[in-house]
Design a protein around this ligand. Sequence first.
Ligand SMILES: N[C@@H](CCC(=O)N[C@@H](CS)C(=O)NCC(=O)O)C(=O)O
Length: 271
Amino acid sequence: MLELFHAAPSYYSMVARLALAEAGVATISRLLDIHIAKQQLSDAYRQLNPHMTVPTLRGPGLLLTDSADILAFSAHQAGANWLDADAGLAPAIDQVVTDHYAISIENLTFSKLLVSKPLLLPVVKRVLGGLSRSLEARAEQAADGGASLRAKAQQDRERLAALTDVPPAQTLKSMREQVHAHLCALPAPQFEAGLFGDRLSRADIVVAVLLARLSMTDELQLLERDDIRQWWQHFQTRTGFQSANIWTRFQKRSFVQAVIAARHTPLVIHD
Ligand SMILES: N[C@@H](CCC(=O)N[C@@H](CS)C(=O)NCC(=O)O)C(=O)O
């Protein structure tokens, strides 16, 4: 049986959850608290996923540590049920997926948050600054030399720089432009079908999760196309979508429940 290590509110976990659900791949849910207990930074999880991010998919002879790989795995499992199997459509589907992954969801989400709540900036600075210092300190003591911890510390410094070197309003403006261009370039879907035809593809998965995030951050006005709006309305009624716990708004209660549930996740990573 496959195990999916993920976090309830995490964007890339949602990509993995939706892809696996729509492809009909069953997994055991292993919830992590990446916000408060920061279980992704534990040594146990680091051995599984050196990037210390969610999602991770593990099974017999399988270890995928990036949502794009889990998405590709799901497409492979779905076979002819997804349009990725159609060689003629593959380049166009790839293009949508590549353009999607070129969007920094973190910059979009955080710049919006900081524009709406500027008083949070010192808190974000303190948290990210503290994190990189503690990762560096752990790297000094790490039995394996601590390369992955140093890389993560560097990533946190870069995250901080992205939020502080450029005013959040300016970041938000350029993120809006990028997302708007991405949505404008999507193909014209048929109603009640996939973006590329009569079945789903990896493109449907990433666009659905992106629209869910736009909805959660109150940025859905970036979607000006009626055809994609209709596709999105219908997509949300799918059983796969409903079972994948895709957040279209911030769910305070679910957030707390997931944090509590994550305490019971066995983080003994090695069998
Ligand atoms: N490229 C990775 C990015 C994963 C990622 O950044 N996940 C976020 C949650 S959406 C995370 O784990 N953040 C916690 C951290 O970086 O410490 C993927 O697509 O899986």
